[in-house]
Design a protein around this ligand. Structure first.
Ligand SMILES: *Cc1c(COP(=O)(O)O)cnc(C)c1O
Length: 393
C-alpha cells in the first residue's frame, strides 16, 4: 500500500492479503487454528509471532488482520485491534490500561453500556471516575488531577449530538499525562480527525457505519503500536473479546463503500435538518452541521461534516413522538444507527429508559425527542415521509 493514497482508495485496497489463488474479493479464513510445518516451527511461532503468522483466531486471523490493517490505514493509526463488538472495544481500551487507584475523567452524556463500564465496572475494581459536562472545558480542567490516567468521551454524544472539542480536551488531559480515549462512532472514520486533534486511542463500534447494513456486531481500537500490541492485545487475546473472521470479512466489505454511504447519508441529514428547522410541530432540530448548532465551529474545524444523525424534539411530547413514529412509512423504528436504512428511535422510552428523570432532563432527553439515523434512501422520499408523519399529529 502506498502511504499517499487518499482515504477512499485505502478503503478499497489497504491491508489486502491474497492467497495462492489470487482471489479478487478478500478470502474468509474461517479457521480457529493454523498448521505448523514442524515442531520447531510451532515452537518458534509461540516464541515470537511474525507479521503474517498466526496461532489461534482469538490471537489473530488473516481476515481479521486485513480489516485491522485497512482501518488503521484510513484512520492514520499505527495499529488496530478488532473486537467482537463496540463494547468489547470500549471495555478493552479502558480495562487494559487502568488499575486500582487510577483516576478517570469522562463526559456524562454516554452510550448506556459505556456508562455502565465507567460507573459500575471500573469503580468495582478501585478506579475512581469523575463525570463532567463534555462541552464545558472549565469542568474538564477542574476535574484533571496528577493521578488522572485516562480521559474518555464520545466525540459526538447520543442522542443530543453535543460535539466535544477533541483538541482542547486532549491538551488539558496531556498536561497531566492522561491518555485520551475517544468513542468516535458518531463522527465516523470518514469525517473524524480525532488522532490528528490529539486523541491517543480511537474506538469504533463497527456495528454502526462500518458494517452499515445491520448484519454483524464488531468493534475496533486504534492507537500507537505500543498501546495496541503492548497494552491492549495481551488483555484482549486472553479475555476473549476478539472479532470473528466472518464478521471481519463483512466489515472489510463495509469499509469499501463506507465513504460513499456516509457522505450520502450526511448530505441527506443536512438537507433534512435544514428543511425541518422551522417546522411548526417541532421545538428543536439538533444537527451538528447546522450553523446554529452550539458547537458548529468545532464541527467545521475538527470533523468536516455534521454526521449522519439528527434529532428532533416534538412540541407535543411523548404522545406526539409516538404518533410520529407510528405514521412513518420508510423510516423504521429500531435502535441501530449508521445503517443504509433510515432508523428512528425514541430515546426516553428505549435506549435511555433507565436513566433517572433528572439525568434525562439534564442531558436534554425530553419526552418529545426522536433520533433519526439517516440512511441512503432518496432524500426527497425521506423528507416526504417525515413531513407526512408530522402532518398526522
Ligand atoms: C453502539 C455504540 C457502542 C457499542 O457498540 P456495540 O457494537 O453495540 O457493542 C458504543 N458507543 C457508541 C457511541 C455506540 O453508538
Amino acid at each position: 500500500m502506498k502511504n499517499d493514497w487518499n482515504k477512499r482508495t485505502k478503503m478499497v485496497h489497504a491491508g489486502t492479503r491474497r492467497s495462492q489463488y489470487g482471489e479478487v474479493s478478500e478470502a474468509i479464513f474461517l479457521t480457529q487454528g493454523f498448521v505448523y510445518d514442524s515442531a520447531e516451527q510451532a515452537e518458534a511461532r509461540f516464541l515470537e509471532t511474525g507479521p503474517d503468522e498466526f496461532i489461534y483466531a482469538r490471537y489473530g486471523n488473516p481476515t481479521v488482520a486485513m480489516f485491522e490493517e485497512r482501518i488503521a490505514a484510513l484512520e492514520g493509526a499505527e495499529d488496530a485491534f478488532a473486537t467482537a463488538s463496540g463494547m468489547a472495544a470500549v471495555n478493552g481500551a479502558l480495562t487494559s490500561l487502568l488499575r486500582a487507584g487510577d483516576h478517570v475523567v469522562s463526559s456524562r452524556a454516554l452510550f448506556g453500556s459505556c456508562l455502565y463500564v465507567l460507573e459500575e465496572v471500573l469503580t468495582r475494581y478501585g478506579v475512581e471516575v469523575t463525570f463532567v459536562d463534555g462541552t464545558d472545558l472549565a469542568q474538564w480542567q477542574a476535574a484533571m488531577r496528577p493521578d488522572t490516567k485516562a480521559v474518555f468521551f464520545e466525540t459526538v454524544s447520543n442522542p443530543t449530538l453535543e460535539v466535544i472539542d477533541v483538541k482542547s480536551v486532549a491538551a488539558l488531559a496531556h498536561a497531566v499525562g492522561a491518555v485520551v480515549i475517544v468513542d468516535n462512532v458518531f463522527a465516523t472514520p470518514v469525517f473524524s480527525r480525532a488522532l490528528e486533534m490529539g486523541a491517543d486511542v480511537v474506538v469504533y463500534s463497527a456495528t454502526k457505519h462500518i458494517d452499515g447494513q445491520g448484519r454483524c456486531l464488531g468493534g475496533v481500537v486504534l492507537g500507537t503500536r505500543d498501546f495496541i500490541r503492548g497494552t491492549l492485545e495481551p488483555y484482549m487475546k486472553h479475555t476473549g473479546g476478539s472479532m470473528s473472521p466472518f464478521n471481519a470479512w463483512v466489515m472489510l466489505k463495509g469499509l469499501e463503500t463506507l465513504d460513499l454511504r456516509v457522505r450520502a447519508q450526511a448530505a441527506s441529514a443536512l438537507k433534512l435538518a435544514q428543511s425541518l428547522e422551522d417546522h411548526d410541530k417541532l421545538a428543536r432540530v439538533i444537527y451538528p452541521g447546522l450553523p446554529g448548532h452550539p458547537q458548529n465551529a468545532v464541527v467545521v474545524a475538527q470533523m468536516e461534516k455534521g454526521g449522519t444523525v439528527l434529532s428532533i424534539d416534538l412540541k407535543g411530547g411523548q404522545e406526539a413522538a409516538f404518533k410520529f413514529l407510528n405514521a412513518l412509512e420508510i423510516c423504521i423504528i429500531s435502535n441501530n444507527l449508521g445503517d443504509a436504512k433510515s432508523i428512528v428511535t425514541h430515546p426516553a422510552t428505549t435506549t435511555h429508559q433507565r436513566l433517572p428523570d433528572d439525568q434525562k432532563q439534564h442531558l436534554g432527553i425530553t419526552p418529545g425527542l426522536v433520533r433519526i439515523s439517516v440512511g441512503i434512501e432518496d432524500t426527497d422520499d425521506l423528507l416526504a415521509d417525515i413531513t407526512g408523519a408530522l402532518a398526522q399529529i
